[in-house]
Design a protein around this ligand. Structure first.
Ligand code: EPZ
Length: 418
């Protein structure tokens, strides 16, 4: 559990960690090659531990020191992903493409849904079938076979991050060119494409597609993970909600453009440098309209923390979640803290209140947990946040970093990392 004594404006500077959602596909990309792969700036997170456990279970040897992963392949890989690990973390489903492309077969459990929606994988399966995979879905497992994947042009009905990554991973070893039309363009997807190019698959981005030229075999590579724009945005919102002044170092400001525009619209002072962003609140923030969209739109992963911030902004805000069908697990808990939020289908009508009051709350997923921590930082009195396992999946050293910014915050047990 995390305990927060609210009301303290945050001030100071923190450094962004490596991006969780870039590190996970990068770890799975190592399955494509027998050569050593070294990943740098890897964040210390529960989800990274799960991904390391999974590639070890498949036959890789992984040495994890600080932020560096050294991945080798002492012997043959297994085509079968352990059910417990895939069920624990949806992103594990990304091992399907690499195992199929490398071994010609793969057995991977279907990932479950989670607190933010059913999260089907139909676009992943449709795309792999188009590349020549024979897929059978039976009793919650995907049984895949493909003697040799054949590059094709695949259209994504929705610019799915996971489906785009799945097809880039498979296409890296498919014969010929794989073109993905209507791809996701999130920085984490682009980072994966850079790693695949470093491994020897040639990836190029055009205005309506991404194209990967498969290679017969791939080499090794050393790759540094990009900074985590979602962690960085969460800290900027922590500075804004507490009416303080927070600077985040080691970020790529353009990855945060949609958030920064919205914070400025709300009256927050925003400054940017080459590799840093800072916010300062010098007058009462005003409510704004926000609609989540695929990148470069406002990121869905910052919607919950943004709702916390807008709960205390003056006037009304309308927040519409267009990416997931049910990503409002944080709203009920914010209402218990005194927020004024009304759900209308995929939108929230928020009326800013004078203040929130601390109470016992529970996190339903990573970002909802972050939203509750932010609300607690601004609330009067004490806020307890249960469900910290969710939070530690996605935020490296959250409590320690917030304490460094002056927050009165404690945790029962932190996240240990090698
Ligand atoms: C990735 O999830 C991220 N996770 C999510 O971050 C992020 O919220 C999401 O992209 C959107 O940016 C990782 O990168 C590990 P999608 P992903 O496929 O790949 C539907 C976090 O907190 N869809 O772009 O699962 C889906 O149901 C996590 O760090 C299909 O219908 O997202 C959703 O409504 C949460 N069929 C929408 O597309 C499919 O085959 C976006 O999903 C695939 C997706």
């Amino acid at each position: 559990m995390i305990v927060i004594q609210g009301g303290q404006p945050l001030s100071g500077s923190v450094r962004a960690a490596g991006a969780k959602n870039a590190a996970l596909p990068a770890i799975f990309a190592s399955l494509l090659t027998p050569e050593p792969v070294e990943l740098l700036n890897v964040p210390c997170l529960r989800d990274v531990e799960t991904a390391v456990e999974l590639v070890r279970a498949l036959g890789k040897e992984v040495v994890w020191e600080g932020g560096r992963l050294s991945i080798r392949e002492p012997g043959p890989l297994s085509p079968r992903a352990p059910e417990e690990l895939v069920r624990r973390m949806r992103a594990s489903f990304l091992v399907l493409g690499p195992l199929l492309a490398r071994l010609g077969q793969a057995q991977v459990p279907l990932p479950g849904g989670c607190a933010i929606g059913t999260r089907p994988v139909d676009l992943h399966l449709k795309g792999l079938s188009a590349l020549g995979a024979e897929l059978e879905v039976r009793e919650g497992w995907v049984y895949a076979r493909a003697p040799k994947l054949q590059g094709r042009t695949v259209y994504l009905d929705y610019p799915s991050v996971g489906a785009t990554e799945q097809l880039l991973l498979a296409g890296a070893l498919a014969a010929g060119e794989t073109a993905v039309l209507n791809p996701a363009r999130e920085p984490e997807v682009v980072d994966l494409s850079r790693l695949l190019s470093a491994l020897g698959a040639r990836v190029r981005w055009a205005d309506d597609r991404v194209v990967v030229q498969g290679a017969g075999a791939l080499s090794g590579a050393r790759h540094a993970i990009i900074p985590d724009r979602i962690e960085a945005g969460t800290f900027l919102l922590a500075g804004a909600i507490t009416k303080g002044e927070v600077r985040v170092e080691g970020v790529i400001p353009e990855h945060l453009a949609a958030l920064l525009v919205k914070l400025e619209e709300a009256g927050v002072e925003v400054s940017c440098g080459e590799d840093w962003v800072s916010v300062a609140v010098r007058r009462d923030p005003q409510g704004v309209g926000v609609e989540t969209r695929p990148y470069p739109g406002f990121p869905t992963d910052l919607q919950p923390p943004m709702v916390s911030f807008l709960s205390l902004a003056k006037g009304e805000s309308l927040v519409t979640e267009t990416v997931f069908e049910d990503r409002f697990g944080h709203v009920g808990e914010l209402l218990r803290m005194g927020a004024s939020i009304r759900r209308q289908g995929a939108s929230l009508l928020i009326r800013g209140v004078e203040g929130l009051t601390g109470t016992r709350t529970a996190a339903s997923d990573i970002r909802a947990g972050a939203a509750l921590v932010l609300a607690g930082l601004a609330a009067r009195g004490t806020t307890e946040v249960e469900g910290t396992d969710h939070i530690y999946r996605g935020y490296e050293g959250l409590v320690a970093k917030l304490r460094r910014l002056g927050a009165q915050i404690w945790e029962e047990k932190g996240n240990t990392c090698p």
